[in-house]
Write a protein that binds this ligand. Sequence first.
Ligand code: ADE
Length: 229
Amino acid sequence: MRFDIISVLPELLESPLNHSIMKRAKDKGLLDVYLHNLREYGLGRHRQVDDYQFGGGAGMVMKPEPLAACIEALQAERTYDAIIYTSPDGVRLDQALCNHLSMHQNLLVICGHYKGVDERIREKYVTLEISIGDYVLSGGELAAAVLVDAVGRLIPGVLNDETSALFDSFQDNLLAPPVYTRPAEWKGMAVPEVLLSGNDKRIDEWRHEQSLERTKARRPDLFEKFVNE
Ligand code: ADE
């Protein structure tokens, strides 16, 4: 799977995408992430990428020409399954959308900055707008990093134990059960006996019950979905 990410601050994406599971996915050849510095497509001597807002108002807007030039240069090389714009007014990213996106080959992500991109870019090129939550980030880069991480780890072969993503929180609209490691007793607090029993069936049942209880208590909205699906 390949991600191309267009950004005015590609450095922001380097660290999160070059460690841990994302690094392993890249090393295994399962995930490629290419960062494109929009500044290289900027206009004039100053490589301008933003401009004032028509109609007045504080904050700059990303100009259409540099973005169009960058998008079209990339489109000339491959077809994209989706052209994504990270923005607080997009659809909320959830596990179902991550699962769906993980089945694609080529995704192009445009990171918004300043007041956002000129609306005509959204109309002409963008096929999917994604928000990672109801709050405003300083730019779309961190949202793009979240997207690549959440989608990339679902590519078959990326996680060591292929089944482990199946047990993630949200995979079936349930939160994950609590987990414990050694020591079995710590500061007077004991690990639930069932986990030490070696009885796989009982352990599975206990985990499922815990997931149900936790979801009901903490995320009644998800629990509703689980019950109705
Ligand atoms: N850019 C700024 N805020 C954002 C958010 N919440 N999600 C995605 N992109 C953003």
